[in-house]
Design a protein around this ligand. Structure first.
Ligand code: ADP
Ligand code: MG
Length: 341
């Protein structure tokens, strides 16, 4: 399938002015590469502060990239004039936020809430009403259309927000934690709605979520860590059945670099360097042999000394050894807070 979105080495740096003068930089995106196909429904997960919203804001034309490229359709967002970016924002993308009701007016009905932005964007007369009804149908809220917003449930309010996001016939729908304030069952209905719209309208979607279970609802999930893509989870069909299972894959960046999950590194006490070997099965990554305290070293020096190049590493190993020895020879006190050895 044709890619709709191509991000290459995308960088976004925010500059924060300090009170006493000067400024600090926040690298929200640190060379992110991603390709999203036309019609794809993509999930993005990642810890708070990892750059998810920044990516959506750049793709939505709300923020400009500091470096690298973000291309949507044929438009290179970093190169567009302010007027062209404004056009792009109004005609190509739709946004859904976590607090869907944030941009809605509580004392207006669902229908009126949808008509309002249509009117503001220049639609007039009968066309406004027709389009608003069409949108209500799309999100399954036609029979609730005369209810005021405050009379609707959280899930229904989020449906109104989705309808508004679709009002400009976007090619791309960006949703930033759209189910963040909903209970699990309601969240499920919103995911189902988004999937329906994705199929029916051929709409490309990017959904940010901190629910790892989102993998069940989308075509692909990517995990963002420190402003870069860290892994992708795909749904793979089992060979002999209709069943799907999830496979998590590490992602190489454009230069062939790989991010290895921190837990794995910790498990093998890997810090700065690894040994990479070819085996029959594939490529094996393991701690370098020399970093294990060898018999000769222990024998010749009588005690472990920090290796020249990595004093921190060895001293932290020593610390662990010392802690484990200590715990073995110290009686565990009854009061857990009394352990001040
Ligand atoms: P996420 O959505 O994954 O929680 P964000 O994209 O909101 O992460 O933020 C990424 C990093 O960029 C964070 O360190 C955040 O504090 C910073 N950041 C986001 N927006 C701004 C901004 N407008 N000005 C300064 N720093 C920002
Ligand atoms: Mg965010």
């Amino acid at each position: 399938m044709e890619p709709l979105i191509v991000c290459e080495n995308l960088v976004k740096i925010y500059r924060l002015e300090q009170e006493g003068g000067g400024s600090v930089e926040v690298q929200a995106l640190q060379g992110l590469d991603i390709v999203v196909s036309e019609g794809e429904m993509l999930g993005i997960v990642g810890a708070s502060g990892s750059g998810k919203s920044t990516l959506l804001n750049v793709l939505g034309g709300l923020d400009r990239p500091t470096g690298g490229r973000a291309v949507v359709g044929k438009q290179d967002l970093g190169q567009l004039s302010p007027a062209a970016l404004d056009e792009y924002r109004r005609h190509t993308v739709g946004f859904v936020w976590q607090q869907g009701a944030r941009n809605l007016i509580s004392y207006l009905t669902a229908l009126e809430n949808i008509e309002l932005p249509l009117t503001l964007s220049g639609e007039v007369g009968k066309a406004t009403r027709e389009r608003a009804l069409e949108l209500l149908d799309l999100v399954g809220l036609r029979e609730r259309m005369d209810h005021r917003l405050e009379e609707l449930s959280g899930g229904e309010q989020q449906r109104v927000a989705v309808a508004i996001a679709l009002a400009n016939h976007p090619k791309l729908l960006l949703a930033d934690e759209p189910t963040g304030e909903l209970d699990t069952a309601t969240a499920q209905t919103i995911y189902d709605l988004l999937r329906q719209l994705n199929k029916k309208l051929g709409l490309t979607m990017i959904i940010v979520s901190h629910d790892p279970g989102i993998a069940r609802h989308v075509d692909r999930v990517v995990a963002v860590r420190d402003g870069k893509l860290a892994s992708e989870t795909l749904r793979v069909q089992k060979a002999d059945s209709e069943e799907h299972h999830l496979v998590e894959l590490a992602v190489l960046d454009a230069a062939g670099r790989l991010q290895i999950p921190r837990e794995y590194l910790e498990q093998f006490n890997i810090r700065r360097r690894v040994q990479v070997e070819l085996t029959d099965q594939g490529i094996l990554i393991r701690p370098p042999e020399r970093e294990h305290p060898s018999h000769e070293q222990v024998a010749s020096s009588g005690e472990q000394e920090p290796a020249e190049s990595e004093p921190l590493e060895v001293s932290s190993t020593l610390l662990k050894v010392w802690q484990s020895l200590k715990s073995r020879f110290t009686r565990v006190p009854k009061d857990p807070n009394g352990d001040e050895g």
